[in-house]
Design a protein around this ligand. Structure first.
Ligand SMILES: NC(=O)c1ccc[n+]([C@@H]2O[C@H](COP(=O)([O-])OP(=O)(O)OC[C@H]3O[C@@H](n4cnc5c(N)ncnc54)[C@H](OP(=O)(O)O)[C@@H]3O)[C@@H](O)[C@H]2O)c1
Length: 287
């Protein structure tokens, strides 16, 4: 069995690669820039761009199944090339916001039309987002300045998303399955800060700020676009328009994501990783 991993340098993709390699599976990893990417020695590296299908000639030869990082504009063409080359199965990275009905996902639609066996993986918010949101503040001042201090958030560890994807890639029985992935329990920002402090073995303070202040703080942090800050803080909706209510998503029905979903455990046989584990796994990123 040989698996193609696209988005292979991403948070999820690099975990998909590592978990497949651990299982002794042959992996071909796609990156747009081979010189910048680093992979385990056993991995065959391929260069190409999902948004330019003509750059993918030969990519699918000898591949049985693929993990698809979502690039909307070209998904149909990419999947047609995969099918033509004999790929049988695709697992696509989607989002729990589709489960909640916040938006459609054209990549899911393309996957369903592709003629391949398919599985959609729909994660909730990544714990790894806090590496962009909180880690710069923790590194600089051991203080997290953010609103929503006591609001419970269901988040997911990137290694659990990968574990579900790997199961769906390697095992039979996941065709036409849709997995919504959350952690085992919701965590508030205060609890996240406490977990980061415990992982560091140092004091980390939490300072509640308004959404407006947080917007300025995030925009000043490198790697954070104004659009991403606005979406994260509920100033804009998924389509980029102004949020229709003062506290962001409150017009949307998020009830399907108020309680943890059982899918990680159902598919992998183990409980989802906690935020405390995430903080320990990334302690050096916060230090
Ligand atoms: N963050 C969240 O809370 C959240 C929640 C639900 C769903 N999601 C979904 O998850 C995605 C992020 O996943 P992630 O964190 O694993 O990814 P990531 O860390 O953003 O990295 C994705 C990788 O994909 C590769 N890539 C990007 N555009 C490409 C293209 N046109 N062709 C080929 N490769 C391309 C890049 O690798 P190279 O530079 O090496 O080519 C990049 O490292 C989001 O885009 C969203 O769809 C995110």
């Amino acid at each position: 069995m040989r698996i193609l991993v696209t988005g292979a340098t991403g948070f999820v993709g690099r975990n998909v690669v590592a978990q497949l390699v651990d299982k002794g599976v042959q992996v071909r990893a796609l990156t747009r820039n081979r010189a910048k990417a680093s992979f385990p020695a056993a991995v065959e590296v391929a260069e190409g761009d999902l948004s330019d299908p003509s750059s993918l000639d030969g990519l699918f030869t000898g591949i049985d199944a693929m993990y698809l990082f979502p690039v909307e504009e070209t998904a149909t063409e990419v999947l047609a090339k995969a099918r033509q080359a004999g790929v049988r199965r695709v697992v696509d990275l989607s989002a729990a916001s589709v489960t909640v009905g916040l938006h459609d996902n054209p990549v899911e639609a393309a996957v369903e039309r592709s003629g391949l066996e398919w599985t959609h993986v729909r994660p909730a918010g990544f714990m790894a987002n806090q590496l962009q949101l909180f880690a710069p503040m923790v590194r600089a001042r051991r203080t997290v300045r953010y609103p929503f201090g006591d609001v419970p958030m269901l988040m997911i560890h990137e290694a659990d998303i990968a574990a579900v994807a790997v199961a769906a890639l390697l095992e039979d029985g996941h065709h036409e399955a849709v997995y919504t992935l959350t952690g085992g329990q919701a965590v508030t920002v205060r609890e996240q800060v406490a977990a980061i402090a415990a992982a560091l073995g140092e004091t980390v303070r939490y300072e509640e700020v308004s959404r407006e202040e947080a917007r300025e703080i995030l925009k000043a942090q490198s790697g954070f676009s104004a659009e991403a800050a606005d979406l994260m803080l509920g100033f804009s909706d998924y389509d980029g328009t102004e949020a229709s209510s003062a506290d962001g998503y409150s017009d949307q029905d998020w009830s399907a994501l108020e309680k943890p979903w059982p899918d990680v455990e159902k598919v992998t046989g183990r409980e989802p990783r906690t935020f405390a584990e995430f903080a320990r796994d990334h302690a050096e990123d916060f230090r």
